[in-house]
Design a protein. Structure first.
Length: 232
């Protein structure tokens, strides 16, 4: 019994949480949890690039949000390791009242009176799923992936906001934030290293950085209309 406990405490497991690739979205809507939004050709190239990057890693479990863009991003990674793509609802995009509408930088959305009632509390936030709820479900999803890949590595494909929120929680930052400052570029990897059941480090990498338009890279300044065609 004691040997088993010691072994469990010494297990090193890495859970890579990947943001999906670019999505085909010519209307520039905030697609959120809407079905029918698939990767663009560039998005598929991003997914393939990350699959190549992870080809030599000890990946034993691949899971994704049920949304098409996440499942399609996970597919080449799973294929490279002879695995199926599992689905976990807890990795889904955050709920948002502006889903299906255009709501980007510089498009005038903040000047529309009908939107004001949804913008009263940035700390919760008032326009969508509470940050705390996102932490709870994402931590549970990471725990499930850790257990499934114990002693190896797992890949979870999710969406920008939930990934950034769970990283902020783990790194003990406040959950409310400026969306323009998120370090979670398309097809990026936020990697959580567990020793046993405890997270001991968090890393971040962008294997497909050269494929991401410059204004959408982590730390880049937003430009007017930049959200069109690029969802969360």
């Amino acid at each position: 019994m004691m040997d088993d406990m010691t072994q469990s405490e010494n297990d090193i497991t890495v859970v890579h949480v990947m943001r999906h690739g670019e999505v085909h979205n010519p209307e520039g809507v905030l697609y959120g949890r809407l079905p029918g939004y698939h990767l663009s050709e560039l998005g598929r190239q991003m997914a393939d690039r990350v699959a190549e990057h992870l080809a030599d890693r000890d990946i034993t479990y691949v899971v994704a949000s049920p949304l098409e863009r996440a499942q399609e991003t996970a597919a080449p990674i799973a294929k490279a390791h002879g695995l199926d793509v599992a689905s976990d609802e807890r990795l889904i995009e955050a709920a948002n009242v502006f889903q299906g509408k255009t709501f980007g930088v510089g498009d005038g959305a903040l000047r529309k009176p009908g939107n004001w009632r949804h913008l009263t509390n940035p700390f919760r936030p008032s326009w969508g799923e509470p940050y705390v709820d996102q932490v709870v479900r994402m931590m549970a999803a990471l725990g499930r992936a850790r257990d499934a890949a114990r002693g190896h590595e797992a890949v979870c494909v999710s969406h920008q906001l939930p990934i950034w929120i769970v990283r902020s929680f783990v790194e003990r930052r406040r959950l409310w934030h400026d969306p323009r400052r998120r370090q979670c570029t398309l097809a990026s990897l936020t990697s959580f290293t567990f020793r046993g059941d405890r997270i001991v480090s968090v890393g971040y990498s962008e294997p497909a950085r050269d494929l991401v338009p410059p204004h959408l890279r982590a730390g880049a300044k937003p430009v007017k209309g930049a959200s069109k065609g690029y969802g969360a």
